[in-house]
Design a protein around this ligand. Structure first.
Ligand SMILES: Cc1ncc(COP(=O)(O)O)c(C=O)c1O
Length: 475
């Protein structure tokens, strides 16, 4: 190719645009580096740079610092979003354990395409580094790794967590933190600490089914509060509910509700904390996916605005480091001594070696670099799955636009029952999570949750088949 052609960079840009249009380079994928492209096309680096700038200005690719150029999601029409939820005004008991455990059992089947459980993508976990850390700790720590780390848990880990919390606006000291076995235990202990059987807990609607299981086990009544698909719990509805019910605790997934992907804006978090402070009601805040944000900066936690010790912040390392190490934590404010007692009573301590491994990873493992990588990958996989839903599902389908995390919440045409779809999908080798699991009052019978953590050819084919089933059931 003649290097002195005045339009050479445009030709190169045109070739790459063609490759993107034909799907050779797909949304979220990295295109060859400037150097590679310069070699491939036998042109200068500056010509390639001009071509990439042109593609960037046309919105086809984007530069990501220290990583390269990536294909952007096309600005096609998106499916509409589901609207704000509208549950009934009365509290209700939860009775979902049979359905929940049926879905959980199917999650264990390796022969199914797993779109059901919100498992992180194994390829995006820092497993090699973690395994090296665990091996070294096991070799060098002698008996130390075999001693109980009684509540509140390993001091070095609590120091690391307190340092990390600063990024989310939390001013925590290591003494504010109690280590738990995963986020699920943290939330369960918090509910146990502030409620007794029969009490009413206000929750976002829809709500992650693991938490509904805690309500069920403790005999608590759920009061579902209308929740916006982007901004989370409605404060007006919550205030009304507080004025008409003896609410003992409020439970929100402040950053990236599972299944909505909603994020309560920082200013609204502050208002939420102030509202509850006026009524002296504890807020149990679930932030397990808070680090997996798609925007420019880490959203804050409601805990950052807590002046009365009423916010019980809960999180874990299950979504971004390793779900299997089962390391979570809570900063339960004024309820710390109850939580320590309950933790001791339920399991004495969280296993020591995993605590040591997470502490060392946080201190030395390049956590920020790892997070930057997985945020990009999850954002891209969520976009691709969402596009596939648009491609293969009936046009009346609605889908959320998550601000973080890696699940999609899909509203199917009204005639489609998500449990029937679940059974049909299972016969076809696919799992999903039926909407029934996310509400004690069947608010979401025609919704499903899809895990968007990974994007592969079999997943795309599974979505195509699923879309066909939905279309057939929708008539
Ligand atoms: C919102 C939410 N909370 C808690 C959990 C459980 O966290 P862990 O595995 O740390 O117990 C999950 C896991 O799917 C979740 O999505």
């Amino acid at each position: 190719m003649a290097e002195n052609s005045p339009f050479l960079y445009e030709q190169i840009a045109g070739n790459i645009a063609g490759l993107i249009a034909r799907g050779t380079y797909r949304t979220g994928e990295r295109i060859p580096s400037v150097r590679q492209m310069s070699k491939q096309q036998d042109v200068s680096i500056s010509t390639v740079l001009q071509a990439y700038l042109l593609l960037e200005s046309r919105g086809l690719i984007e530069a990501r610092p220290q990583s390269g150029y990536y294909v952007r999601a096309p600005e096609v029409d998106q499916l509409p979003e589901p609207g704000i939820s509208s549950p009934g005004p009365d509290p209700s008991r939860v009775s979902l354990h049979e359905l929940t455990m049926m879905v959980i059992r199917d999650t264990l089947n390796p022969n199914l395409v797993q779109l059901g459980a919100a498992m992180p993508n194994l390829e995006l976990l820092p497993t090699d580094r973690l395994n090296r850390i665990v091996a070294r700790l096991a070799r060098n720590s002698g008996a130390e790794a075999h001693q109980y780390q009684l509540p509140p848990g390993l001091p070095e880990l609590r120091v690391q967590i307190a340092r990390r919390a600063v990024h989310a606006g939390g001013q925590l000291s290591p003494n504010d933190i109690v280590i738990t076995s995963g986020g699920i235990e943290a939330i369960d202990l918090c509910l146990h600490a502030v409620c007794k059987p029969g009490d009413i807990v206000a929750i976002e609607s829809p709500m992650y089914f693991g938490t509904l299981q805690s309500l069920e086990v403790h005999g608590l009544r759920a009061l579902e509060i209308p929740t916006h698909q982007r901004d989370g719990i409605s404060l007006e509805a919550l205030q009304f509910a507080i004025e008409h019910n003896p609410i003992k605790a409020v439970l929100v997934i402040s950053n990236f509700n599972n299944p909505l992907g909603s994020c309560i804006p920082d200013e609204k978090k502050k208002e939420l904390v102030e509202l509850l402070a006026r009524h002296d009601i504890p807020l149990i805040e679930n932030d397990v996916s808070g680090e997996i944000y798609f925007g420019d900066k880490r959203p804050s936690v409601a805990k950052a605005y807590d002046t009365k010790g009423l916010v019980m912040l809960c999180s874990s390392f299950s979504k971004d480091i390793s779900p299997a190490l089962r390391v979570g934590w809570t900063a339960p404010g004024r309820y710390r001594s109850e939580i320590e007692w309950l933790k001791f009573t339920s399991s004495a301590a969280t296993a020591t070696l995993p605590q040591m491994a997470i502490a060392e990873f946080l201190e030395t493992g390049g956590y920020d670099h790892h997070l930057r990588h997985i945020r990009r990958e999850y954002a891209s996989n969520v976009a691709r799955l969402s596009q596939a839903v648009m491609r293969y599902f009936p046009p009346e389908t609605r889908v959320t636009r998550p601000a973080g995390g890696f699940v999609l919440w899909v509203q199917l045409p009204g005639a489609v029952d998500s449990l029937e779809l679940y059974k049909k999908a299972l016969e076809n080798g696919i799992t999903l999570t039926p909407g029934y699991l996310f509400s004690p009052t069947n608010q979401f019978s025609n919704f499903i949750r899809l895990n968007a953590a990974a994007w592969t050819y079999p997943i795309e084919r599974a979505l195509e088949r699923l879309g066909g089933m939905v279309a057939e059931m929708a008539g």
